[in-house]
Design a binder for this molecule. Structure first.
Ligand code: ATP
Length: 364
């Protein structure tokens, strides 16, 4: 009998989500097998997503949130398919969970791996490593607004999409970013803003940032407009450590970050409810990749690195570092999927990570 059994809800959902969740599960199960009965994972897989919508008219079961609430964590794939409008599939499943469980902090590391070519020339001779902290509960994705006046005939409809910024929402994500910066080698937080053009929400964002920064005199700060920050990602990434940004800005910047690291397929993420009132959710940043889904060739590294973030959250920090190290050994050894210029299949990359993990466990 394992001493600690973690109950994990798996939601592979659509497209390559199914392939990468299965890869991540294999890695975690191997880790548990080799833990000498210290811990185990008990998986419950939910068939929610666009196929489920086809059958039921819903993206998840009506009592989905109640069903998920007792789990220790949620391991998610990707959502969206051509049979369901994107805003319906996103709001019906992924956002229903992140918002319903108040997973207000979205951690998205930008990790440069050995053996992976970055489009950044700087990556060849500079240590690059930063993390995007995304406000995950309000901002531009608060879901506020509406469509109106369509009754006046074609061409006359109006739509309002309102961004919500609350003092409390800004403060909690900024404190989270500062606390994370304190644990890093480079103690610096860069706040991403657009307060020159968005004079209400983003000005409040800036004011809260300045206020919170005063409690962290040991942490260096800067406030950068989002357009300038996208240039900085490319031109001066060595100046970044923790980047805190609103929901939309961080969403865009983290895709840019993962492309700069080599591929969208590499990027991991944790949707955290830091108070632990609800389960947190771990998922790769990439989407369902319909162009390559079902072929067994997608990159599982983003999902496996997300599983490492889940281990960390579950209190298995050493095991999380082992998974990260196994990923590095694999890419350094040239086992690369197609999006990274290699020929390895999803299974081959996963097998190589598992083999590296087993060697690391034997060495430990
Ligand atoms: P979403 O709107 O759901 O976030 P997206 O528009 O960002 O999705 P993706 O589905 O992430 O789009 O795909 C963007 C591109 O990245 C596609 O060409 C896809 O093949 C590629 N891609 C995404 N994920 C992977 C992966 N795991 N392995 C290899 N390529 C991937």
């Amino acid at each position: 009998m394992a001493r600690q059994t973690f109950q994990i809800a798996a939601i592979p959902a659509d497209g390559v989500g199914k392939e990468v969740v299965s890869a991540g599960r294999r890695v975690l199960d191997r880790l548990a097998e080799q833990s000498g009965d210290r811990f185990a994972f008990e998986w419950t897989e939910f068939p929610w997503g666009c196929d489920y919508y086809e059958r039921t008219g819903r993206m998840m079961a009506e009592d989905g949130l109640e069903t998920l609430e007792p789990f220790d964590a949620i391991y998610f794939g990707a959502v969206g398919w051509e049979n369901v409008p994107d805003h319906v599939s996103l709001w019906g499943l992924r956002l229903a969970i992140t918002q319903g469980f108040d997973q207000w902090a979205n951690v998205r590391p930008v990790t440069f791996l050995p053996g992976v070519t970055s489009p950044l020339r700087k990556a060849d001779d500079t240590e690059l490593d930063w993390v995007v902290i995304r406000e995950n509960s309000e901002g531009e994705y608060a879901g506020l607004g509406g469509r109106n006046l369509s009754s006046r005939g074609p061409g006359n409809e109006v739509a309002l999409q309102t961004a919500l910024f609350t003092d409390k929402g800004c403060e909690r994500i900024m404190r989270f970013a500062f606390d994370m910066a304190r644990k890093r080698t480079v103690k610096k937080v860069s706040s991403v803003t657009k307060s020159n053009a968005q004079q209400y929400g983003m000005v409040l964002w800036d004011e809260v940032f300045d206020r919170v920064a005063r409690d962290y005199p040991d942490v260096e700060t800067e406030s950068v407009l989002v357009d300038a920050m996208s240039a900085k990602f490319v031109l001066h990434p060595e100046q970044l450590s923790v980047v805190v940004a609103s929901n939309l800005n961080a969403d865009i910047l983290s895709d840019l970050g993962s492309a700069l690291a080599g591929s969208l397929g590499l990027a991991s993420s944790a949707n955290l409810n830091p108070e632990r009132r609800f389960p947190s959710m771990f998922e790769p940043v990439h989407g369902t990749a319909p162009d390559i889904a079902g072929q067994g060739i997608c990159n599982p590294i983003g999902a496996i690195a997300s599983a490492a973030l889940m281990l960390d959250h579950l209190g298995l920090a050493d095991e999380a570092r082992m998974v990260d190290a196994a990923i590095e050994i694999t890419t350094a050894g040239g086992v690369l999927p197609r999006d990274l210029g290699g020929t390895a299949t999803t299974d081959e990359v996963t097998d190589a990570i598992i083999a590296a993990l087993s060697r690391a466990l034997l060495d430990a």
